[in-house]
Structure formats: structure tokens, C-alpha cells
Design a protein around this ligand. Structure first.
Ligand code: PAF
Length: 288
């Protein structure tokens, strides 16, 4: 596996692969602290493309909470080993200056509209601007044919889908959204799970359980009542719930109740102690 730190070097390699060798490139951007979910993205990329590139960069501009940035898990050596074992062809390990050569004070602002006003956008001001800044920069360096993202961050996937259209990249590359991987007890795999204390780790699957109860009640239960009961239950187990929403799976428009005219996804974000977790599950797929 190649390890590249310079953007200019990676751009050259990527052009050689695409234009000279006529091979397709799959790209998996990450912030490290890799788990099976990330490795499954590498496997999807290897199936779909000829050459797989991963990046590891803990992007400061997307952390609205400085403490979250400081404590974000970092385990570079182990990550490199995991990528190597998964058969990744190249890992990009840029420094801050490689990503932001002119600093971060005059970065572009992206018009994200409604997507930035709900759920993660509402609760983490500027978060999606930071995501777009880094992903736009990474895409311009790597110029992949395929971009692989995990569905656990559904709203991020929608934002990046929007970014691809906004920046005119949709003819050049395809976004592939891959399923969320879960621990045996249902907890969605996430780098932040590493920060949970053993006691918090025991409670963490309650988020998935709440989403599963919404799925079980879909169309039949009284939605506002079920939602209120679930919020109450989570609070009793030391969660501070930032939101629990029912959304149109395609547009993420918030729904006030079960809606059989569109696909429905339930989304949740909550902190337990100092760790913020998010998750979502599809409750109903229109046309199935
Ligand atoms: O999902 C993540 O790990 C990050 O938001 C991403 C897409 C790598 C951008 O920093």
C-alpha cells in the first residue's frame, strides 16, 4: 500500500491511474480510528473500482465543538495496518497545510439550503460547511470515479450528494452510499464508540432500540405518543437527546407523522456523558 502525504504527488498518481492506465479509482475519505464499517467501504470500493484510495485526516473545520476535536480518537499506526490488511491500494495522510494551504479563514461557503437547517445542521452550526470544505478539497485532489460513504451519516451523504451537484462533479463521479454496520447488540459502528465508558457502552444500543421500536410501530402506533415515550425512556438512561425525527428518506424533509406517500427514515442524535452518537434506520420504503 502506498502512503502519500503530499497533495501534488497524489494528484499525479491519480491522473496516471485514470488517464494513462485507464483504471477506475474508488475513494473512501475517513477521519481515522477505523472500524469494520470503514473497512466494509474499502471492500465495496475494491469490488467496484480498479484502484482504492483511502484518506485519513481529522478535519478541524467540521468540529463545532473544540473538545470533540481534541478527544476524537487517533490511532494512525493501527489504521494503516487495517487498511493494508483490507487491501487498500493507497492511503493519503495529509497534514493540515496540504488540505488548507491558504489557511481556513477564507474558505468558500456552500449553499446547502434546507439540509443545513435540520437535525445535524441545526445542532452543529458550521459542521456541514466544514465537511464540504474538506470533501471538496479531497475530491479535487483524488478525482475519483466512485466515492464511498456510510449510511450511518445519512445527512452527511445527502449534503455531499448536493455538494457534488453544486460543484459540477456529477458527470465525473458517482456517490455510493453503503449500509451501516452494527455491533451484535445493534449499536451502529462509529469511531466515537471508542470514547464510551463500559457503562455508557452498555446503554448505547438503546438508540438503535428506540429506532427499532419506531420501525415496529410504523403505520400503526400513535407516532407522537410513541416518540414521547421513547424520548422519556432515553432520558431516564442518561441520554440527552438532541433530536429524534421522522424524515423523508430521499429529501430528509421532516415528517410530522407516518407518511405512506414517501419512504420514511427515523434519525436520532444523543449524547451520553460527553460522547455524541447518531444513528438512523429506514422504517418504510415506498414501492416495496
Ligand atoms: O464521515 C467522516 O469521517 C468525515 O465527515 C469525512 C467525510 C471523512 C470528512 O472529513
Amino acid at each position: 500500500m502506498y502512503k502519500i502525504e503530499k497533495s501534488s504527488e497524489l494528484s499525479m498518481i491519480s491522473r496516471e491511474i485514470r488517464n494513462v492506465q485507464k483504471r477506475t479509482i474508488g475513494f473512501v475519505p475517513t477521519m481515522g480510528a477505523l472500524h469494520e464499517g470503514h473497512l466494509s467501504l474499502i471492500r465495496f470500493s475494491k469490488e467496484k473500482s480498479d484502484f482504492t484510495i483511502a484518506s485519513i485526516f481529522v478535519n478541524p473545520t467540521q468540529f463545532n465543538n473544540p473538545e470533540d476535536y481534541t478527544h476524537y480518537p487517533r490511532q494512525l499506526e493501527m489504521d494503516i495496518q487495517l487498511l493494508e490488511e483490507a487491501g487498500c491500494d493507497l492511503v493519503f495522510l495529509p497534514t493540515y497545510d496540504e488540505i488548507y494551504p491558504e489557511g481556513t479563514s477564507r474558505l468558500p461557503h456552500y449553499e446547502l439550503g434546507y439540509l443545513e437547517t435540520i437535525m445535524e445542521g441545526k445542532h452543529r452550526p458550521e459542521h456541514f460547511q466544514g465537511v464540504c470544505q474538506v470533501v471538496h478539497r479531497l475530491l479535487s485532489i483524488v478525482e475519483p470515479d466512485y466515492l464511498f460513504l456510510g449510511e450511518k451519516d445519512l445527512q452527511q451523504c445527502k449534503v455531499i450528494e448536493h455538494l457534488i451537484k453544486l460543484t459540477g462533479l456529477e458527470d465525473k463521479m458517482r456517490l455510493i452510499i453503503c449500509p451501516t454496520l452494527r455491533e451484535q447488540d445493534g449499536l451502529a459502528m462509529s469511531s466515537r464508540n471508542l470514547r464510551l465508558t463500559p457503562e455508557q457502552r452498555k446503554s448505547a444500543p438503546l438508540l438503535f432500540k428506540a429506532l427499532s421500536e419506531l420501525k415496529a410501530g410504523f403505520g400503526a402506533a400513535d407516532y407522537p405518543k410513541l416518540k414521547a415515550n421513547l424520548l422519556n425512556h432515553l432520558q431516564q438512561h442518561s441520554f440527552e437527546v438532541h433530536y429524534l425525527e421522522l424524515a423523508n428518506s430521499d429529501t430528509l424533509e421532516i415528517l410530522n407523522g407516518w407518511n405512506l406517500q414517501v419512504s420514511n427514515t427515523a434519525c436520532i442524535a444523543a449524547t451520553i456523558g460527553k460522547v455524541r452518537l447518531i444513528d438512523n434506520i429506514r422504517l418504510f420504503s415506498k414501492g416495496e
